[in-house]
Design a binder for this molecule. Structure first.
Ligand code: PRT
Ligand code: ZN
Length: 300
């Protein structure tokens, strides 16, 4: 399992918004690598997994072309590539296997604050500046709207002020860039977060095993983020009410308390954050000796 052919290659963003979280997630999955962000390649020391650090826009193509087995990229970039290939009569040879719950943003249409907008009809025959030509084109086609798409690779938000477009179609997270450019968001085209894509090329059994193991660990890492292990004492008569208050609780373990026939100990994993208010409500419902612990690892 040591030749480079047999090692799994994962394409990650080299330097940008997604880089730190991508590397952190893989580290939390137990991967140790020689970390040097300015190198193109990171060698996995304890697993047959190597990382290729590239521009995010190149990730879907590298996975589709089977240069990499997996890639972490924003759904906006993944979908743009899929639609671009589709519109050119081709197809992306990868599948989305899971979402990683970071890099959240949305692709929106925005209009200059002072200009009127009365629904999608206002887009008819307008000029819309974007870096997401395929995704915007697909949206307009589905809405049966003819409009001119003006491609810009960056600084899309200044296009109306330069007279290059009437509207923009760009990514937004907090909305402050739009506001700073006197633009108003009017239509969401896509909600995006980072997803894992996997090549459709056939993989040897050993690679498949490692990929499945990694995906399972990623799932475990994501699940424990909000999860808490809660321990409390409760009168048997209040059990139903108490379990109903616990957020996202799975079947609790109920343990009798030595020398106290009425009270039991309840141990339970809650899949959501446990706030002070929840603890106060549990106490009001009869619970005592409440303990909330973070969950380090979880394997379903
Ligand atoms: O060099 P490379 O091509 O790899 O990097 P890049 O400059 O193309 O990408 P980068 O690092 O900016 O973003 C990578 C990915 O992060 C995107 O493809 C999205 O999936 C995701 N993401 C999440 C965002 C944002 N949030 C975001 N806010 N990508 C870009 N933005 C832009 C937005 O367009 C706006 O211009 O950030 C600006 C600030 O946004 P506001 O709304 O918070 O003001
Ligand atoms: Zn990019």
């Amino acid at each position: 399992m040591n030749t480079s052919e047999q090692r799994i290659k994962i394409a990650l963003q080299k330097s940008g918004r997604l880089t730190d979280r991508s590397l952190e997630l893989l580290t939390r999955c137990g991967l140790k690598f020689t970390q040097s962000k300015d190198q193109l390649f990171c060698y996995g020391e304890n697993m047959p997994i190597d990382l290729l650090l590239v521009r995010d826009d190149d990730i879907p193509g590298l996975v589709s072309d089977d240069v990499c087995d997996l890639g972490f990229a924003g759904l906006n970039v993944v979908q743009e590539k899929q639609l671009e290939l589709q519109q050119n009569g081709s197809a992306a040879l990868f599948d989305q296997v899971c979402a990683l719950d970071f890099g959240h943003c949305r692709l929106v249409i925005a209009v200059p604050e002072e200009s009127g907008y009365s629904g999608l009809e206002s887009l008819r025959n307008a000029r819309i500046a974007t870096s997401y030509v395929a995704t915007l084109g697909d949206f307009l086609k589905r809405q049966e709207i003819d409009a001119e798409i003006v491609y810009l690779s960056g600084a899309v938000e200044i296009a109306p002020r330069l007279g290059r477009a009437d509207f923009v179609c760009d990514l937004v997270s907090t909305g402050s860039t739009l506001a700073a450019n006197q633009l108003r968001e009017v239509q969401t085209i896509l909600k995006s977060e980072v997803v894992v894509i996997q090549t459709r090329a056939s993989l040897c059994a050993e690679k498949r095993t490692w990929i499945n193991r990694l995906l399972q660990r990623l799932d475990g890492v994501l699940q424990v983020r909000e999860s808490k292990y809660v321990m409390l004492h409760a009168p048997r008569s209040a059990l139903d009410r108490i379990v109903a208050i616990l957020p996202g609780a799975e079947s609790p373990t109920i343990i009798p308390l030595e020398g106290d026939g009425d009270k039991v100990a309840v141990h339970v994993v809650c899949r959501e954050n446990v706030f002070w208010e929840t603890l106060e409500n549990l106490k009001s419902a009869g619970a005592s000796s409440l303990l909330v612990l973070p969950v380090e690892k979880m394997l379903a």
